[in-house]
Design a protein around this ligand. Sequence first.
Ligand SMILES: Nc1ncnc2c1ncn2[C@@H]1O[C@H](COP(=O)(O)OP(=O)(O)O)[C@@H](O)[C@H]1O
Ligand SMILES: [Mg+2]
Length: 482
Amino acid sequence: MKAFFKWLLNSIAVRISVSTAFVVAATTVAVATLIIREERNVLESELQKKGTYLAEIIAQQMLEPILYEERYAMHSLLRSSMVSENDIVVFGIVYDAKGEPIVKLTSKWFKAMPADRKYPMSADSVSVMEDAALQVYDITVPVIAKGLGSVGYLRLGITKKFLIKTIEDVKNKLYILSSVIIFSGIMTGLWMARKIIRPVLMLNQGVKRIGGGELGAEVGIVGDGEIKELSIAFNEMSRRLKESVDAIKTAQDNLIRTEKLYALGEFSAGLAHEIKNPLTSIKMLMQTVKEKAQTLSSRDIEIIEGEINRIDKIVKDFLAFGRPARAEFITTNINELIREMVTLSKPKMERSNIRLIEELDDSIPIIMAYPDGIRQVFLNVILNAIQAMEGGGTLKVSSSSDNGTVAACIQDTGAGIPDEVSSRIFDPFFTTKEEGTGMGLAIAYNIVREHNGEIVVSSTANRGTIVSVVLPETIEQDGLRE
Ligand SMILES: Nc1ncnc2c1ncn2[C@@H]1O[C@H](COP(=O)(O)OP(=O)(O)O)[C@@H](O)[C@H]1O
Ligand SMILES: [Mg+2]
């Protein structure tokens, strides 16, 4: 719940629509208040003018009745100004020159009574007072005769009932209008938010796609202005990212190939030697046959066949290793790969006075692996071990399995790795050898990691080094490289 509110507060869409709605509402309310105030002012001053005008006209007609004290005439004059419910005059009082009321009349539809007042007022001029309680304008005008001055006063009550009703009407209309405006304001806000947000959401999705590994993912060009520029820039960035990653991959592939060629070069002498042995035995056999001028016995043929098969296998392994990498995970026997690589390096070991101990556990499970890659790992590690034992030594290769993993161990009695370089041996191009590439362990590390495995090196200076390659029996799908 708390998280939802936090999201709500941080959502751009909600912020935009709420702010728009707020601005629209505030503006509308301000404008409506202004309109009502203006309208009231105009209506009030008009009503006062109208009332004063009416009072003055009636006062003129009152002159004669006042002069001749005709009360009945005064009465009917007042009555004629309030004949219906729609007349604005609600009461009328005629005063004599001393300010004593002479005639008083109240409209049938006006229930209240005006307060008694003594006249004349302060001056012989029009006075407009507002009686808030009765909601009337209380207007007094003098009745003036030429040469005589004020002969009396007329006091009229002008109701504000119609004015109030008109203002109420205006108010109601404004309320409806305001609601419509605020509602459409909110709608516009939401719509704008959607319009602004949509490209942002699309960009967001694009970023997630790239984050999820879909390099070069592009978003549609949407919106105008900055948003459009942003999506164009995003696509450009995504494209460049893919280009650089591709370039890095190509460079990496090239490095792997270089290191592989280097390793192959190191062992090609061994290969030739390996092939030479069976060839020599075939040759010797043929020579004997030739010298003694006898035919080949079936036993000879069997030997020759065996030797040819050996050559065939060696060449096949060598070619398999040299093939460009195709990262295909297949069922793989780790012992078999170790044996192949040991065979390939045997001649080199013999020349360097290195004794071989093989302790392969034949009960280890078959695992899912990428054999060419693993071949390269073993070859690099064995080559390092041989190179570390210049004055001879013992190379021990072993295999074991434990809890869903298979481990291959390559142990040498060589120079060991000094502490100060041990943290850098997996770095690309780190080498302590004159002719080294420094790529062997870096590549081995990558290959093992692609198998979700582990390569662990432990070493004691001048005593030797143990390199363990631990691989899981099965590989998770995301460990695969496309
Ligand atoms: N078995 C080992 N014994 C001693 N040092 C080793 C061993 N394996 C690796 N190293 C050290 O790690 C460095 C990096 O090895 P690697 O990446 O294979 O590159 P390179 O063999 O081309 O030097 C080597 O130069 C060496 O100093
Ligand atoms: Mg190496």
